[in-house]
Design a binder for this molecule. Structure first.
Ligand SMILES: Cc1cc2nc3c(=O)[nH]c(=O)nc-3n(C[C@H](O)[C@H](O)[C@H](O)COP(=O)(O)OP(=O)(O)OC[C@H]3O[C@@H](n4cnc5c(N)ncnc54)[C@H](O)[C@@H]3O)c2cc1C
Length: 405
């Protein structure tokens, strides 16, 4: 029996596994090909929702999604890949293990970079993973129960990119929910001279309006010098008393991508062709944040679930087709949107690579909620047919807009 291993069960890995099972079923190869998913967790994290207060629906058990389609799965930390021997070194609950593969789909995603600044490792929170998001939520709840003290009602968010803006904009509601109301301050810190430096000039005024209406302060052109239990010091010398620093600055591809002798971009992402094959590494496909593919003839994918999900579906289809000697399908996507949550103010919906503003406020929030709560979820019914239908190697239409005539 041939074995396909999918490393990672995030947006790319989950959809690669379901897409592969779909294709395996279609060609009648269920008894010839094993599909095995390995992740450090037993759940699929709807990672884009980790900034929200209600985390009750963001960790979906893998068994619920993979058992109905005959995909095996295990919990393990992938430590290294040997593409010559076609083996993966894992650390599992049983100790060190070596897993062989005939084809590999690498879908280990990205991780937040934690710089070597004093106090970051000890004191900073983040929302990069479900576990980190739970830790932050527990912290806010316990702050709400504690006696007022300097810094209890101040939150410093470091990094004014997509994630940092969403975290900061959500924070007034989250603090209120935790019972922290008086003297509330939310401060967004970024070394760039503007918020959303990479988001673009069309979108920025909308973001600035929203942050200002939510009373989010900014410290721009500023870097964190150190963090301690009582607060954060900026390189300007300013000390902000706070018990909550949330690090949201900088993402890079999984470090396991570094072990493959292939081209990479500045985020450490592996360059893949339109079939999701890793250049120069035989038998290895990659999808999601760990990979970069030019999808419209011009633009490389952006680290996002918007791209990770179709990359996964196509990688899954193609890895089985490749193994069976059948034609593969190229991934081509001719649209790009961003939908940024701006807390109780609403959201921002842009279209195109120049991020032209399409809708703002409540109508954009309706789109964001449709995406976060419906569009990016796999079917949860346990129906094989529904899972396979959702994993077809096709590209969805852009998300709906509301309030546009
Ligand atoms: C707070 C937040 C908000 C976001 N908002 C948006 C948004 O609005 N829109 C958007 O498009 N994108 C958004 N993103 C980005 C989006 O979440 C990622 O682009 C997406 O998750 C990438 O999917 P992936 O499958 O490549 O990686 P991931 O979803 O990160 O999945 C990787 C998987 O690999 C596993 N893994 C990693 N390393 C190992 C290892 N060594 N061994 C075993 N398992 C391992 C992880 O446990 C995980 O399950 C947001 C991200 C965050 C953190």
């Amino acid at each position: 029996m041939a074995r396909i291993v999918v490393l990672g069960a995030g947006f790319a890995g989950l959809w690669a596994a379901i897409g592969a099972a779909r294709k395996r079923d279609e060609i009648g190869a269920n008894n010839d090909i094993e599909i095995r998913v390995i992740d450090r967790n037993s759940y699929h994290n709807i990672r884009v929702r980790n900034y929200e207060a209600d985390l009750s629906e963001v960790a979906l058990p893998l068994a619920q999604l993979l058992d109905p389609i005959g995909v095996t799965h295990g919990i393990g930390e992938a430590e290294a890949i040997d593409p010559v021997r076609r083996q993966i070194s894992l650390v599992t609950g049983n100790g060190d293990e070596v897993l062989s593969y005939d084809r590999l789909v690498l879908a280990l995603g990205s991780e937040l970079m934690r710089p070597d600044i004093p106090g970051v490792a000890e004191h900073a929170f983040d929302v990069d993973t479900y576990a980190a998001a739970l830790r932050l939520e527990d912290h806010l709840i316990s702050l709400g129960r504690s006696a007022p003290s300097p810094g209890r009602s101040t939150v410093v968010v470091v990094g004014a990119g997509f994630t940092g803006i969403e975290v900061a904009a959500e924070m007034p509601d989250r603090l209120a929910r935790a019972g922290i109301t008086g003297n509330r301050r939310i401060i967004l810190v970024d070394p760039n001279p503007t918020v959303g430096a990479t988001i673009g000039a069309h979108a920025r005024p909308v973001i600035e309006t929203a942050l200002s209406s939510l009373d989010v302060e900014t410290r721009l052109g500023a870097r964190v010098a150190s963090i301690e239990a009582a607060g954060v010091r900026l390189n300007s010398g300013e000390f902000i008393p706070t018990q909550t620093v949330i690090w949201c600055a900088g993402m890079r591809a999984s470090r396991l991508a570094m072990g493959l002798a292939s081209g990479r971009d500045r985020f450490g992402r592996l360059l893949v062709d339109p079939f999701m094959r890793v250049a120069d590494v035989s038998g290895v496909f990659a999808a999601g944040d760990v990979a970069s593919s030019v999808v419209d003839g011009l633009h490389p994918t952006v680290m996002s679930c918007q791209f990770a999900r179709p990359m996964g579906r196509f990688a899954g289809h193609n890895v089985v087709a490749d193994l069976a000697g059948l034609p593969m399908l190229p991934l081509r996507i001719d649209w790009y949107v961003t939908v940024l949550d701006l807390g109780s103010w609403g959201a921002l919906y842009t279209e195109g690579w120049d991020r032209e503003v399409r809708t703002t406020g409540k109508p954009a929030k309706a789109t964001k909620e449709t995406i976060n709560r419906k569009r990016i979820y796999p079917p949860l019914t346990g129906s094989k047919d529904e899972l396979f239908a959702a994993a077809a190697p096709t590209v969805q239409a852009p998300p709906p807009t509301y309030g546009v005539r």
